[in-house]
Write a protein that binds this ligand. Structure first.
Ligand SMILES: [Zn+2]
Ligand SMILES: [Zn+2]
Length: 198
């Protein structure tokens, strides 16, 4: 298996709380990152300004992510470009610390209160270092995907498509209509009892 592009080696960062280093990364994910209708395409550039900081429990990684997502308007299917600009903050624990603190909730709470930058809604997921390596894939994926709109639109006022002909309503005259009723209802005329209770 090829090495993940999201693995980052922190061996240049001394294990002394307060030590900090910054990096500019240009990553290309072999997999698209996003949802069905909106995603950063595979192998397109993801720029990450990464800061790593030594804390007593491990390495605190924070970063800003910039990338360009593409997708389709859910109403009219027009292609849309969606610039991504998100941040993440994640604590990666030293493997030894993780073992010692496995069931020690109290220290975890204290740790959280010390780290004001951590998101309030950070889930219970614990990231553990692999030697000197941290895996940035999940923090980046989460920051990108969780902040994506579920229903992306080409324009907040997009009118969508005409249900009669499938053309964009914005490009049709205001009086556009289809005089014919939907042919799917025609068959119901043969069922005189249709409107009675079931
Ligand atoms: Zn649209
Ligand atoms: Zn139409």
């Amino acid at each position: 298996m090829p090495r993940s592009v999201f693995l980052f080696n922190t061996h240049d960062l001394p294990h002394r709380p307060g030590e900090r280093k910054e990096y500019s990364l240009s990553l290309k994910s072999p997999e698209p990152i996003g949802i069905d209708c909106l995603r950063i395409p595979s192998n397109s550039l993801i720029e990450v300004e990464l800061a790593i900081e030594s804390v007593s429990e491990g390495v605190l990684a924070s970063g800003s992510i910039k990338a360009d997502a593409t997708g389709e308007c859910i109403r009219c299917l027009t292609g849309i470009d969606w610039p991504i600009s998100e941040r993440f903050t994640e604590l990666f624990r030293y493997e030894s610390v993780q073992k010692n603190q496995k069931n020690n909730k109290r220290s975890e709470q204290k740790l959280d209160s010390d780290l004001d930058d951590l998101e309030d809604d950070a889930d219970d997921e614990v990231f553990v270092m692999d030697g000197d390596e941290i895996d940035l894939e999940l923090p980046i994926r989460d920051a990108v995907i969780l902040n994506m709109p579920i229903n992306p639109l080409c324009d907040p006022n997009c009118l969508g498509l005409c249900t009669g002909c499938g053309e964009k309503l914005s490009q049709l005259p205001a009086d556009h209509s289809h005089a014919e009723t939907d042919s799917r209802w025609d068959k119901l005329k043969n069922f005189p009892n249709f409107y009675k209770s079931t």
